[in-house]
Design a protein around this ligand. Sequence first.
Ligand SMILES: Cc1cc2nc3c(=O)[nH]c(=O)nc-3n(C[C@H](O)[C@H](O)[C@H](O)COP(=O)(O)OP(=O)(O)OC[C@H]3O[C@@H](n4cnc5c(N)ncnc54)[C@H](O)[C@@H]3O)c2cc1C
Length: 493
Amino acid sequence: MAEDAPLFVDVLIVGAGLSGIGAACHLSLQAPSKSYRILEARQTIGGTWDLFRYPGIRSDSDMFTLGYEFRPWKEAKAIADGPSILRYVQESAREYHVTENITFGTRVISATWSSEDRRWSVETEEVGTGTRAIWTCSFLFCNAGYYRYDSGYLPNFEGVDDFGGEVIHPQFWPESFDPTGKRIIVIGSGATAVTLVPALAKDAGHVTQLQRSPTYILTAPDKDRIADRLRRMLPSKVAYALVRTKNVIMNVLTYQLCQRFPDFVKQQFRKSLVAQLPEGFDIDKHFTPSYDPWDQRVCLDPNGSFFTAIRDGKVNVVTDTIERFTPTGILLTSGQGLEADVIVTATGLELQVLGGIRVEVDGVVLDVGSSVSYRGMMFDRVPNLAYTVGYTNASWTLKADLVARYVCRLLNYMDDYGFDVATPTLTDTSIETELSFNLSAGYIQRGSDQIPRQGTARPWKLKQIYPFDVVDLRFGKLTEDMSFSKARVAVSR
Ligand SMILES: Cc1cc2nc3c(=O)[nH]c(=O)nc-3n(C[C@H](O)[C@H](O)[C@H](O)COP(=O)(O)OP(=O)(O)OC[C@H]3O[C@@H](n4cnc5c(N)ncnc54)[C@H](O)[C@@H]3O)c2cc1C
């Protein structure tokens, strides 16, 4: 930390990933009078898009909705590779003068609200030296992502240490890894496995995707022809806004179609699989999930490279459970043995909410798992704190943009009326609550006790459907179930 860095700011942002950088850009655009600082545990911008380095790393969402609403995505591919996304985040930070407002290598450990001081005290630790410091701020804006960076999820596989080859978790990909000629098993069936398998298959001797259960995989082109045409004809901002709207509508319709007519959608998936897989391939066993489409995130296969690799005989899929690792590979419950030089455990993430920060309000520790979230971005009875968790059923940034805009609107409203504290306050104590996310993804199921609850009606429930959330977060009354106060005078609205 620079010695002359101010230790008080109006808004303290935690995290310099896609959301944190976006939040800072929104602040500079819509609440320019507010001073802010980003505290980032790592030495670099980008979060997810810098951390993950495995071969083929890319988005699963189109960049017209994963990009920020205020800065057009101009590159050719709609489904972009990780380095391009990282570049986009870095360039956005430079363009909006965010980079100079980041303190790197500083992990936020705890945040304590004092109603007497009407401020947050935020304790930080310098990564590496452990040096502690205290920052204070009026408003705390947590953009710390949703998973741990220091460990990935690894099931308790028996005999891992017996395996004579290399075991790699995609979150910690070794820079020097060379797949050439190697027999590789990729364990998992999520987006990471579906991305990694065809990328590794280019040079590997052979790749086996080993999954416990199948996933829906959607083949789509990595370019958007309508977007390309519009971008040639119209100014970039206009074209971007149109394509973004088109893609939002398409995403919402697709999601609703999956939820309302799952059997019809399943038939369409099957038709596409029959067309792409070799004759006689056991689609029922390997590509027919037990759940409905979008009950878990649907994986994307840009340009069909995953299925091409299967057709070319470079990849085979095995659906079975692991009995144990052996010195030369994996023994399956069915008794079959798989031989490998390398085993990649694409087994998922470890959920972590609020960046692992211990939050305390006037001496009471916030238990996130039993708290009720307000509009999917604040907590009941926690003043001046917002957090960003993007969509799980659409592009993350659509929601991150909405949350950041809401925070700016709230801050401007407080300034206009001279308030310095805004506290979501649930007055109807009989309200029923439910989990904030309904995805049955492994990391959500495993970490469900850390996920905030939400009510069954707004503003304590966010629909998690972008067009509805636009109405709620962009235009919803700021005073709904929100107590505002100024020094000494309390006003409840
Ligand atoms: C491999 C992968 C692919 C993905 N693909 C897509 C996709 O295609 N579409 C989509 O919508 N979503 C996708 N996601 C979800 C993705 O995480 C989001 O799109 C987005 O990058 C999240 O940005 P973020 O800034 O909120 O969080 P992160 O990218 O996780 O960044 C959080 C930042 O906060 C910092 N931080 C955390 N805790 C603290 C602390 N206590 N103190 C200081 N700093 C802290 C971290 O170091 C990090 O830099 C993907 C996720 C992964 C893992």
